[in-house]
Design a protein around this ligand. Structure first.
Ligand SMILES: [Zn+2]
Length: 135
C-alpha cells in the first residue's frame, strides 16, 4: 500500500524518490492502516502542490482519525505491547494517540480467561438460559 502510494505520488508530482527515501517513508508510515493511508494520500493530492513529506501524510491521518467518532480503537497484528512487551495482535485505543496493548493487558484478562469467555458466549448463543457469572 505504501509502495502504491509512493508510486502514485511520484507519477503525479513528476519526481522519483530513491530507495533510502522510500525506506524512510515506509518506516514512518507502516504503522498506519491501509484505509488511513489511502485517505490521507488523497487529501495530500487535493491540498499540496509539492511531493508530500511523511509528516504531512501523518498529520492528515491524525486529524482525520483523531476526531472520528465511529472508529476509536484499532487492532493490528505484529505490534509490541507497550505494557508487557509481548509481540502479537495489539489494540490501540484511542486510535493514533493511545498506547498499543496486547489483548491480555487491554482487557486485563489472561488468554485462558479470554478463551473461557468466548466459550461462554457460544454457550449463551445456543442456550438462552445459560448465564455465566461474569455476564
Ligand atoms: Zn501486554
Amino acid at each position: 500500500m505504501i509502495q502504491d502510494m509512493i508510486i502514485h505520488f511520484s507519477s503525479i508530482y513528476g519526481k522519483r524518490i530513491d530507495d533510502d527515501v522510500f525506506e524512510a517513508y515506509y518506516q514512518t508510515l507502516k504503522k498506519y492502516s491501509e484505509a488511513a493511508l489511502r485517505e490521507a494520500g488523497y487529501q495530500c493530492l487535493e491540498d499540496l502542490t509539492y511531493y508530500p513529506k511523511p509528516v504531512e501524510i501523518i498529520k492528515r491521518i491524525k486529524s482525520e482519525y483523531g476526531t472520528s467518532a465511529n472508529e476509536d480503537s484499532i487492532i493490528r497484528s505484529d505490534v509490541r505491547c507497550q505494557t508487557c512487551g509481548h509481540i502479537g495482535e495489539g489494540i490501540q485505543d484511542p486510535i493514533n494517540t493511545g498506547i498499543w496493548e496486547c489483548r491480555n493487558c487491554y482487557t486485563g484478562l489472561t488468554p485462558r480467561k479470554i478463551r473461557g469467555r468466548f466459550n461462554d458466549l457460544f454457550r449463551m448463543m445456543g442456550n438462552k438460559d445459560y448465564k455465566p457469572e461474569w455476564a
